[in-house]
Design a protein around this ligand. Structure first.
Ligand SMILES: NC(=O)c1ccc[n+]([C@@H]2O[C@H](COP(=O)([O-])OP(=O)(O)OC[C@H]3O[C@@H](n4cnc5c(N)ncnc54)[C@H](OP(=O)(O)O)[C@@H]3O)[C@@H](O)[C@H]2O)c1
Length: 385
């Protein structure tokens, strides 16, 4: 049966009252504390949040092993949909979207958690419309969930496997019309890996696109043991993982990273040897130069002034100044499989923004939040019913 989207008609409206988020900062070596923070419903970050020390660990938390019915797959599901490009007001929660069919090399996943990336917002704004799939769109790249059905050519995965991945092999070229912000999503087996055992679904959902970008960017610069690196935007989804991979996987000699004042401690907790406050210092004026500059904010013109002669500058977004270069991430389950041991040992940790996880009914608010460009680590959606 062909999966078709009816015209979106149902909308879940965010609560007009202030939301209260319970934050749990785990300090496994020493102590565990939690606190409540109130925030406004439409995405303006609480000013006090920037000064809260953040540390999100890889220890397994409550959002684990849901009960998933492997036999009773419905024909219709709840999904977030937009039928036209625009602001976050084009997003609607529709309760009657057809559950996608699986092709022979694909699996159907009961989505337990998903995550947003800036590309979700840029795509919804129509910035990639020339290469996008046709509207209407169920957005969402990142998923963590349970396999409920396998195609005839699927080799390794089986029903009941807990998996995670970025469902779009090419981020901008024909991303799937039916994404991960839904109760079910279909995806090629080769884009998935088994979920690291120590991570819950919410933690795992935030990893795929960001960690694949971090890893591919480091590889493309030829990064290797003993090299130094400067990460511009060390507190975002990608940068928080570049810091950790550079240190833990590639054995960097020195990692420097930029953020605003309130996030400097986070950078250090992730392994940065030097945390640079971009509100007070210009990184390009430092006497020290780096083998690699990883620009995850769009400052390539400045980044090239901070690299050593013969070094590499990778720019994820914005205009590119030579010798900087840009790439667009390719989703690969193999990369997740390769990095799973680092995640399972706790050497590399997911960073989940403490404003979330956002429940499924508040995906539009989560979009508004990521569009503030102030998210710390990943904006995660959980639970998904
Ligand atoms: N080419 C690709 O394949 C690819 C793949 C992934 C992402 N991207 C792009 O890369 C960019 C980063 O993605 P992301 O997911 O990491 O974004 P993100 O998580 O949304 O980044 C948010 C972070 O940016 C920081 N920030 C804002 N202004 C800054 C500045 N001037 N200097 C340093 N940090 C600053 C904020 O920290 P403060 O609150 O401290 O300012 C916040 O923590 C996006 O534009 C995304 O579209 C491209």
């Amino acid at each position: 049966m062909k999966a078709t989207l009816p015209t979106p008609h149902l909308r879940s409206f965010p609560s007009p009252t202030p939301l209260s988020f319970k934050l749990s900062f785990a300090f496994p070596e020493t102590r565990r504390k939690s606190l409540s923070i109130s925030s406004t419903p439409k995405g303006t970050p609480s000013p006090s949040l920037a000064y809260v020390p953040l540390r999100v660990t890889a220890s397994s938390q409550a959002a684990s092993a849901p009960t998933v019915n492997l036999t009773a797959i419905p024909t219709e599901m709840k999904a977030w949909v937009y039928g036209e490009y625009g602001g976050d007001d084009v997003l609607k929660l529709d309760e009657k979207v057809s559950v996608p069919e699986v092709k022979e090399d694909e699996v159907l996943i009961k989505v337990v958690a998903a995550a947003l990336n800036p590309v979700d917002a840029k795509r919804r704004q129509g910035k990639f419309k020339a290469t996008d799939s046709p509207l209407p769109t169920v957005p969402g790249y990142d998923v963590a969930g349970v396999v409920v059905k396998v195609g005839s050519q699927v080799k390794e995965l089986k029903e009941g496997d807990e998996v995670y991945g970025n469902i779009n092999e090419k981020a901008l070229e024909g991303p799937r019309q039916f994404g991960s912000l839904a109760q079910y999503t279909a995806v090629e087996e080769k884009l998935l890996a088994l979920k690291p055992k120590n991570l819950d679904f919410a933690q795992a959902a935030g990893l795929p696109l960001a960690i694949e970008t971090a890893y591919e960017g480091l590889e493309r610069t030829g990064f290797s043991s003993g090299k130094s690196i400067l990460v511009l935007n060390g507190s975002g989804g990608v940068g928080s993982l570049v810091i950790q991979l550079a240190k833990q996987v590639f054995a960097a000699s020195k990692v420097a990273a930029t953020s605003s004042t309130g996030k400097l401690e986070l950078l250090k907790s992730l392994g940065a040897d030097l945390a640079i406050d971009y509100t007070k210092e210009n990184f390009e004026d430092l006497p020290e130069k780096f083998d690699v500059v990883f620009d995850a904010i769009g400052q390539c013109d400045r980044a090239v002034k901070a690299v050593k002669e013969g070094g590499s500058v990778v720019a994820l977004t914005g205009a590119v100044t030579p010798p900087g270069f840009r790439f667009v991430v390719t989703s690969k389950g193999e990369v997740l499989k390769k990095l799973n041991p680092y995640l399972e040992s706790g050497k590399v940790k997911p960073v989940v923004d403490p404003r979330g996880p956002f429940p499924f009914t508040q995906v539009d608010e989560a979009f508004s939040y990521i569009e503030t460009n102030r998210a710390t680590g990943k904006v995660v959606i959980h639970p998904i019913p």
